[in-house]
Write a protein that binds this ligand. Structure first.
Ligand code: GLP
Length: 237
């Protein structure tokens, strides 16, 4: 598995251009997107990257990768709120269809079942874009998650809870709901993103060590259409 490495200053422009190209080639793309800090500069650039190509996301569907439990609707740490504010509403009118976990209207298990039904109704996921958790998680598939892990309610690892404080939830949530490893691996294409020196060590273990449930991101190496797109700082290790 060879990562695609880009200079730090060019990384976000590059990934935004890749995503815009993907949406131009397949306007009805069903794309599952993460939150966290890694993808935000891509979301800032995507509307212009689409405009530059004379393309739009109006026929596409954006699917939220995961969600925290116990935060009120509209909370700035909520994944649906971040994706809506930072990306979906900036993509113009009518903009993409937006599918997220209904954690306000349903109990968490029912929200997972409804989410899986929504994804199935869309014909599955064309592309899943993932950030890399400090402990090797993807979405909220924490260490211990196997390749058959379903979309489900999860207890958050201490490092994920600490990261949530940084995103503005203090006290941080204890649980979340996430697209499962099985559904990620069933997507037609997967992009794993990592930036910054703080990801260098976990990135090295993700792509260079054994594929193990201790590092769920390493299990992505079994996917036939995986791209690992990182900046030089993350690749430093
Ligand atoms: C969070 C999210 C993931 C995200 C990852 C990395 O906890 N659940 O979807 O990709 O951790 O976050 P960051 O990009 O801020 O490093």
């Amino acid at each position: 598995m060879t990562p695609e490495v880009h200079p730090e200053a060019a990384w976000a422009d590059h990934v935004a251009a890749l995503l815009a190209e993907r949406l131009t080639a397949q306007p009805d793309l069903v794309v599952c997107l993460p939150t966290g800090s890694t993808p935000l500069p891509i979301y800032d650039r995507l509307p212009a990257a689409l405009r530059d190509r004379g393309a739009s996301a109006d026929d596409a569907t954006v699917v939220a990768l995961d969600e925290f439990l116990g935060l009120p609707a509209g909370h700035r740490t909520r994944c649906d709120e971040i994706l809506h504010q930072r990306l979906v509403r900036r993509l113009g009118q009518p903009g993409p269809r937006f599918v997220a976990f209904d954690v306000d209207g349903l109990d968490p298990e029912a929200a997972c079942a409804a989410f899986d039904r929504d994804v199935a109704r869309l014909g599955g996921l064309d592309l899943v874009v993932l950030g890399l958790g400090r402990n090797g998680h993807v979405g909220m598939n924490e260490p211990g998650s196997a390749t058959d892990a379903p979309t489900r309610v999860v207890a958050l690892a201490p490092s994920t809870r600490a990261a949530a404080i940084g995103y503005g939830a203090d006290p941080p949530p204890t649980h979340g709901v996430t697209l499962g490893m099985a559904a990620i691996l069933a997507a037609r294409e997967v992009w794993l993103l990592a930036t910054g020196t703080e990801k260098a060590s976990i990135l090295r273990r993700t792509i260079g060590g054994p594929a193990t449930t201790d590092i769920p991101a390493s299990l992505l190496r079994g996917h036939p259409a995986l791209r690992v797109i990182v900046d030089e700082a993350a690749a430093g290790g």
